[in-house]
Write a protein that binds this ligand. Sequence first.
Ligand code: HEC
Length: 120
Amino acid sequence: VAGPGSPAAPKYEGVHHIYANPAAMSGYLSGTFPDGAVIVYDQWSAKALPKDAIAAGERKFIDVMVRDSRRFAATGGWGYTEFAWPDRTRVTAIEQNPQGCDGCHQGAPGQDRVFSSWRE
Ligand code: HEC
């Protein structure tokens, strides 16, 4: 969860769901992601509920990373894309911007450009 005071707000404010296919799961466990790994990042707004509870509100967008070391050699083997919500259109301006997806993911500490990590 990113709160309104996060440096990542307003875009990333809210609830983050991250999904990994089996190849991506092996990357989370080993630290090296094989070709064929797909990670989906599902961003929701946060909705305040009574008694100080917070729940996921509306979906804001979906980001996807696909590992193909040949096709995406220029960006560390990762292809990135974003789908706006609710119209599901692809936001190509972001994926083509070197300061965009990969520019930030290059800074992910120690895990093959992936920020999140597996928790038991
Ligand atoms: C300003 C930095 C920044 C930018 C720009 C950015 N991301 Fe991320 N991304 C993050 C961070 C930080 C996380 C981890 C969030 C969490 O754990 O809740 C993340 C998580 C992800 C994940 C889940 C895997 C992981 O690395 O943890 C995917 C997939 C993803 N981003 C795709 C994208 C795509 C596609 C774009 C471009 C449209 C993009 N990101 C742009 C910082 C960024």
